[in-house]
Write a protein of this length. Structure first.
Length: 188
């Protein structure tokens, strides 16, 4: 009987299952979204969410623990650097599983699993622009730039006033040009 056994073995041995989940978790962290079967996606969510929670605490011990699960130091670095910064305020639920159509060959239930904070369709807030680094420039201060701004605005209004006159002159010239073309045709 399987009373209280919540672990899906996915038809694999323990070593095969651990290796497969480690590879899938690495791919998920690297690509932010992967497509797999529904059963594997549900097993992957149970596997990867505690690792993301552990990545919020950036210590040597937590890095070593996560590395023991993932076995890929580039992915561990990305998890602690990029992903942990994005999910810092989220109390859990870092992944989303979206069911897809069944696979054509064997009719297996397919699903897409993705990191929630990296989907631009579902996020309501605009992506934050990184703050520009303050630099010191030689000669001059920011006051000169502020003084140039009103001058630029008056130049734009001046060109707007000139533009309608130029377009009126162009429209007056156009019939004359057509008339000249007709006159040259009549002479020929």
């Amino acid at each position: 009987m399987r009373h209280g056994k919540k672990h899906n073995h996915l038809g694999r041995t323990t070593s095969h299952r651990r290796a497969m989940l480690a590879n899938m978790a690495s791919s998920l962290i690297e690509h932010k979204r992967i497509t797999t079967t529904l059963a594997k996606a549900k097993a992957l969510r149970v596997y990867v969410e505690p690792l993301i929670t552990k990545s919020k605490n950036d210590t040597t011990h937590s890095r070593r623990v996560v590395f023991s699960y993932l076995q890929n130091k580039d992915v561990v670095a990305e998890l602690f650097r990029d992903v942990a910064a994005k999910v810092a305020n989220r109390p859990g639920g870092y992944t989303r599983i979206i069911k897809l159509e069944n696979r054509f060959g064997d009719n297996a239930e397919m699903a897409m699993i993705e990191l929630v904070d990296y989907n631009t369709v579902y996020t309501t807030e605009a992506p934050a622009q990184p703050e520009k680094k303050a630099t010191r420039r030689r000669g001059g201060s920011g006051k000169a730039k502020k003084a140039d701004a009103p001058v630029a605005a008056t130049e734009e209004t001046a060109t707007e006033e000139v533009a309608p006159e130029a377009s009126a002159e162009a429209s007056n010239d156009a019939p004359a040009a057509e008339g000249n073309a007709d006159a040259t045709e009549e002479k020929a």
